[in-house]
Design a protein around this ligand. Structure first.
Ligand SMILES: NC(=O)c1ccc[n+]([C@@H]2O[C@H](COP(=O)([O-])OP(=O)(O)OC[C@H]3O[C@@H](n4cnc5c(N)ncnc54)[C@H](O)[C@@H]3O)[C@@H](O)[C@H]2O)c1
Length: 456
């Protein structure tokens, strides 16, 4: 029986390993983590992350060939293949602070692997890493005297939170990078064979290690760039009476462009886009490539502009003062179908609204606990109310910040009746029926579309 260990039981390690265990009953998968609470939660009905369909996948394999443990050393020692799926956040200190990847968790893992291994292993980079990290890792793994051989592969994860299970079950592609040496190719084939259990062979792409590492950063930079591009045009739409929905549709039907990721909004969030673009910026700068660095940095700058622009629209439309006004925030997760709030645009929007002395009531179906932790400095000032209708009671405005589909189905007449007048609604996701809301009596503002107001 092939034995796999995965270091890191987070948003990536948990779901990816659960899927491998489900699809490959003859492979034993052990996920290890230093976070005891997380490891315990994976073995209950209350999983540590919210992801549609994840419960069933975990349930099917848990205890059969899927195990969770805090014994990192034992997990590594027993395995032939070790995935490393630890966090690689943006560095907050020292050289490259605010831009470069913080590789301390990844390097600690490499040192641990080297320390405890007594047999040859394939080490798989699952975390998103700067290009050429594998080289540094190989140096750490093979430093000093050792008879053990480690073959490093890069297998970046392309899943999106909220659709992780569908993405893992039926991915557009899986990418595996290996060295062009006999042992590199043999290791690569071992991993190809595992994925080929359920993924058509033509969708399993192989490449050299550096291409695989760089492709992940590039994929996120391109996706984020599409969001920033359409958001840049949304600002121009508001100034010219063009409609961003119509523009996005007109350009998205060009098959060279395509319709996906052209939805104007308050901006992208999540733990990956910003950090991966900044990582790319840092890499470009460290190779002396200033123009490419500036080019990609602008994608992040555009996103920050869009978040602030939304708050400015709120402030200006509400007569240039929101001090003391009650504002109900519908949605705090960075997107629908996840409880993840890392880098959510809601954080910046709430902070800027609080700076204007607004009274905030935050509502979200899955992210309430994370939301409280994101804004510790405002914890005493912000109210949290899971029911959006209650959150809106007595409010001057509702701001929709996450595209939870249940927000489409609320009783907006009832919400309107319970609010202060004029009742403002700011749709940061362009997801509601603006005409219907206007007809109820709301002052409706959205992104890249004309405002609908009864005020003269
Ligand atoms: N979240 C996503 O949607 C996504 C998608 C694709 C790729 N990625 C990448 O995958 C990686 C992991 O992301 P995530 O969102 O799962 O992070 P996460 O923070 O949810 O999980 C990382 C886990 O690693 C554990 N860990 C850290 N150091 C450890 C150590 N030395 N030993 C054992 N465990 C350790 C942490 O306790 C944590 O539980 C990152 O590089 C990220 O860029 C994330």
């Amino acid at each position: 029986m092939t034995k796999i260990c995965c270091i890191g039981a987070g948003y990536v390690g948990g779901p990816t390993m659960a899927m491998i265990a489900k699809q490959c009953p003859d492979v034993q998968v052990t996920v290890v983590d230093i976070n005891e609470k997380r490891i315990a939660a994976w073995q209950t009905d209350d999983l540590p992350i919210y992801e549609p369909g994840l419960d069933e996948v975990v349930k099917e394999a848990l205890g059969r060939n899927l195990f969770f443990s805090t014994d990192v050393d034992q997990g590594i020692r027993d395995a032939e293949i070790v995935f490393v799926s630890v966090n690689t956040p943006t560095k907050t200190f020292g050289a490259g602070a605010g831009c470069a990847s913080d590789l301390q968790y990844w390097e600690l893992c490499a040192r641990r692997i080297k320390e405890v291994s007594t047999s040859d292993k394939i080490i798989v980079e699952k975390s998103t890493l700067p290009v050429r990290t594998a080289e540094a890792m190989e140096r750490v793994l093979h430093s000093g005297q050792t008879d053990v051989h480690f073959e490093v592969l890069s297998n970046p994860e392309f899943l999106a939170e909220g659709t992780a299970i569908a993405d893992l079950e039926n991915p557009d592609r899986v990418l595996i990078g290996g060295h062009e040496t006999p042992s590199g190719q043999k290791a690569l084939q071992t991993l190809v064979d595992i994925y080929a259990t359920w993924i058509p062979r033509e969708r399993i792409l192989t490449a050299n290690v550096w291409s695989a590492e760089l492709s992940k950063l590039t994929a996120n930079a391109f996706l984020a760039q599409r969001v920033s591009s359409i958001n840049a045009i949304s600002a121009l739409c508001e100034a010219t009476e063009a409609d961003i929905g119509e523009v996005a549709h007109a350009i998205g039907t060009d098959s060279r462009i395509g319709p996906k990721f052209l939805k104007a909004s308050i901006g992208f969030g999540g733990s990956c886009f910003k950090k991966d673009i900044l990582n790319l910026v840092y890499l470009c700068e460290s190779y002396g490539l200033q123009a490419p660095a500036d080019y990609w940095r602008q994608v992040v700058a555009m996103n920050e502009y869009q978040e602030s622009r939304f708050v400015k629209t709120m402030l200006h439309s509400m007569f240039n003062t929101i001090a003391g006004k009650r504002i109900a925030i519908f949605g705090f997760a960075f997107k629908a179908d996840t409880g993840d709030t890392r880098e959510s645009p809601a954080i910046k929007v709430c902070r800027e609204l609080a700076a204007e002395h607004a009274t905030l009531v935050v509502s979200d179906p899955q992210a309430m606990e994370h939301a409280k932790l994101e804004m510790p400095e405002l914890a005493d000032e912000i109210e949290f109310e899971v029911d959006p209708c209650k959150a809106a009671e007595g409010a001057h405005a509702v701001a929709v910040l996450t595209d939870w589909k249940q927000y489409k189905e609320l009783d907006y007449q009832r919400i309107f009746d319970s609010m202060q007048k004029p009742a403002f609604l700011f749709d940061g996701r362009n997801m509601l029926d603006h005409q219907a809301l206007f007809d109820i009596g709301f002052e409706v503002y959205s992104i890249g579309k004309g405002k609908k107001t009864h005020l003269k």
